[in-house]
Design a protein around this ligand. Structure first.
Ligand code: PMV
Length: 347
């Protein structure tokens, strides 16, 4: 089968980890399993146009961001192509134009690598399917997640919804270090349409890239214990997803966020990625939770922004609290409302 030219377009969402991936082995194999909520509104939309070329000696692609040339992502994409070539041997037969945009404001401090790499991987799988139509849906999504992982580890959790596990965990059937899988067991209705309001505390450049961050777990004094703890926390979450115990959910999610930051504070070199306003927000959330008894909690990525997680049933009250008490700690008062979503989509 040969194809002269064509194009595809996919969207893929961001995701927020509950048990954090921090530390990896060679070939983007995670040092511990992680689990995330797939988001719904914060998405990357990527159009992949392809055209057969004559020479097949090197990769050839143009990168556009919102329709305009974007040179600074080229090395990252070049590296991605090099990593995935063994899985997609036709890559050098084509010239690609990759046109990307995000539904969230750029330089919001929201990492677009998960949604961006997932959207690109989906497009690549569409091309592979056009060339080799005989593949199952399962194969298609599994391989898309595997490719996304090679772009950015956490991207493999953005292919599917709503709760995705990545990394081998003995008691989660089908879980793998190679790709993300939908959480295979019952999920209590307390988690239905779970909300994530992202408070943009600091929109600046990341102080530590995640590549550097993962590397800091090599020879980290607490690494081995941390990796075990991730297994333990994921194990506890299996039961919590089933019984809907939000008090226990909160303990694990907040502890995971603080542990991620503790790993950065205790590595060499060490980093503090929270800002004073991050701590102000955490304290306000704790006070609000104690007073209102509403099960709202926070989580953090490798930065200062705060994800506020809460059940859909308390949406109005929590949003009012956020507006009244938390928005003052956000840069330019900015925050993004999101919720659990279904994963990537062909457009
Ligand atoms: O996918 P990476 O290499 O950018 O790593 C992301 C790591 C965290 O966002 C901090 C945690 C996670 O599991 O998403």
């Amino acid at each position: 089968q040969t194809l002269e030219s064509g194009q595809f377009q996919w969207s893929a969402p961001s995701n927020i980890a509950l048990v954090k991936y921090w530390g990896k082995k060679a070939d983007q194999i995670p040092a511990n399993p992680s689990v995330s909520f797939t988001l719904n509104n914060c998405k990357t939309i990527t159009k992949l146009a392809f055209e057969k070329k004559n020479n097949t000696d090197k990769f050839s692609f143009d990168l556009l961001f919102e329709g305009k040339p974007k040179e600074d992502f080229k090395p990252k994409i070049q590296k991605f192509f090099e990593r995935i070539e063994i899985y997609l041997p036709f890559l050098k037969d084509y010239h690609f134009t990759i046109d990307t945009r995000n539904t969230f404001p750029h330089s919001s401090g929201i990492a677009s690598s998960a949604s961006g790499m997932a959207a690109l991987a989906m497009n690549m799988m569409s091309l592979e399917r056009a060339l080799n139509p005989e593949m199952t849906e399962d194969y298609f999504y599994q391989k898309a997640s595997l490719l996304a992982r090679l772009g950015s580890g956490s991207a493999c959790r953005s292919v599917k919804g709503e709760v995705v596990v990545w990394g081998n965990q003995a008691n989660i059937e089908g879980s793998s270090d190679l790709f993300g899988v939908e959480f295979p067991y019952a999920i209590h209705e307390n988690f239905k349409n779970y909300q994530d309001t992202i408070l943009l505390v600091d929109k600046g450049e990341k102080q530590v890239s995640s590549t550097v961050g993962h590397d800091l777990m090599h020879n980290h004094p607490f690494a081995e214990r941390r990796f075990e703890q991730a297994h333990e926390n994921l194990n506890k979450l299996i039961g919590i997803f089933e019984n809907g115990n939000l008090e226990e959910f909160i303990k694990i999610v907040e502890s995971e966020a603080l542990t991620l930051h503790a790993m950065m504070m205790t590595s060499m070199p060490y980093f503090i990625l929270m800002k004073p306003n991050t701590l102000e927000i955490i304290n306000k959330i704790w006070k609000f939770r104690a007073e209102s008894l509403i099960p709202v909690c926070f989580t953090l990525d490798a930065g200062a922004n705060v994800h506020v997680l809460y059940p859909n049933t308390h949406k109005e009250t929590v949003l009012q609290f956020i507006k009244d008490e938390l928005v003052v700690f956000c840069q330019n008062g900015q925050y993004l409302c999101d919720e659990i979503g279904n994963g990537s989509q062909l457009i």
